[in-house]
Every structure is written in structure tokens, then in C-alpha cells.
Design a protein around this ligand. Structure first.
Ligand code: HEM
Length: 180
């Protein structure tokens, strides 16, 4: 994944736990190089190793780290670095979710090696919808859960996110129900 993802993990850890914990996580993840370049594509293993090392150092399950990272991504990374892109996607939670399936189409224009997830929205109702999240990468449903929860906070809209149908061993789609 692009270095900006690993950089955002670093920012989240520094913000919540400080530089000593971050150094510890880097060491455990086996990273020898200091700092990530935001627009360089890194092997996915780097990101998974960082999450695994954070899980060990902080004594928290990886799912919890990924959920917190999803919230951090929306509330800090995207808000601070991609404000116009967020604003163009929607000004309310339902409007944003409606346009979410096309959001990474804009990102790919800046980051051509992007391998974004596929997102589809179905069963739209006044206060709920279903979000189908398909990825070639395993284990990131808690990240998506955190992103959705972060969006609820971003728009000041209390939101309930339920992983209604986790992807099976064969299929790559998790189905979330989002209610507000
Ligand atoms: C302007 C804001 C955003 C930017 C710039 C952005 C950019 C990125 C980047 C660079 C990656 C790594 C993929 C790669 O390098 O191949 C990524 C992955 C991902 N993004 Fe976004 N993103 C944004 C907003 C969102 C939002 C709002 C959601 C969902 C609510 C989302 C869902 C995901 C997920 C789930 C992944 C993990 C990759 C996977 O599932 O395979 N992103 N995004």
C-alpha cells in the first residue's frame, strides 16, 4: 500500500502513545528504514507487520488497532490532507456514502498504482443502507468498520455499523449495515 497509509499508522501511534512506543513497534515490525515516503507503493506486508507489531506492543487485538486506524484515517489523515476530496464526496453522511463507491476513482488519478477496494451501496432507505466491501486483501473489515464510524463522527451523525455478513473463506465481500 502507498506509504501514506503506513505514515498514518505512525501518526496515530505517535499521537496516542508517543515516540518510544512507535520505535518499539518499528523494531518489532522489523523495519530498518526510518520514515515512509507517502507517494511510494510499499508491499502490503509492511502494513500488516506494523499492525501486528502494534497489536503486540499495545496488548490489543489487531482488529481493535485496525478499527482505531479507520477512525484516525477519516478524522485526521483525510481531514488534514484530503479536505477538498472529502468535501466533494458529500456534505452529509448519507450523501457521502452514496458517492463513496467512486471516491477512490479520484485518488487513483494522484496515485496510479492504487489498488483500492470495491465498494457498493444497496438497500438505501431514509436512515440506513447496506455497504458491500470487496478487497483482494484479507482481514481489513475492522478497518472499514472504523472508517464508517469515523465518517459518522465527521458529520456529527450518530451511526450504528454492523458487520452483517463477513466474507467467507472463498468470497472477498463483507456486507455492512449502516444505520443513522
Ligand atoms: C480522501 C480520502 C481517501 C484517500 C486519499 C484514500 C486513499 C487510500 C489509499 C492510498 C489506500 C491504500 C491502497 C493502496 O495503496 O493500494 C486506501 C485503501 C483503502 N481505502 Fe481509502 N482513501 C480515502 C478514503 C476512504 C474512505 C472514506 C473509505 C471508506 C469509508 C476508504 C476505504 C478504504 C479501504 C477499506 C482500504 C483498504 C484497502 C483494501 O481494502 O484493499 N477510503 N485508500
Amino acid at each position: 500500500m502507498y506509504g501514506m497509509v503506513n505514515q498514518a499508522i505512525e501518526q496515530m501511534v505517535l499521537r496516542a502513545h508517543g515516540p518510544d512506543v512507535w520505535r518499539d513497534i518499528q523494531r518489532r515490525a522489523g523495519l530498518t528504514v526510518e520514515g515512509f515516503i507517502s507517494n511510494e507503493a510499499y508491499p502490503d506486508e509492511v502494513t500488516y507487520q506494523l499492525v501486528g507489531a502494534a497489536s503486540e506492543c499495545l496488548g490489543q487485538p489487531a482488529e481493535r488497532i485496525l478499527h482505531a486506524f479507520g477512525e484516525h484515517w477519516v478524522l485526521h489523515t483525510a481531514r488534514e490532507h484530503y479536505g477538498p476530496m472529502l468535501a466533494a464526496t458529500g456534505s452529509t453522511l448519507p450523501e457521502f456514502l452514496e458517492h463513496l463507491p467512486r471516491l477512490h476513482d479520484r485518488v487513483v488519478l494522484i496515485y496510479p498504482k492504487l489498488m483500492p477496494p470495491r465498494i457498493e451501496v444497496t438497500d438505501r432507505a431514509e436512515r440506513s443502507l447496506r455497504l458491500h466491501y470487496t478487497s483482494t486483501r484479507p482481514g481489513l473489515a475492522p478497518f472499514m468498520g472504523g472508517l464508517l464510524s469515523g465518517l459518522g463522527q465527521l458529520f456529527g451523525t450518530p451511526t450504528k455499523v454492523t458487520l452483517e455478513r463477513p466474507r467467507g473463506a472463498a468470497g472477498g465481500t463483507d456486507i455492512f449495515r449502516v444505520e443513522w
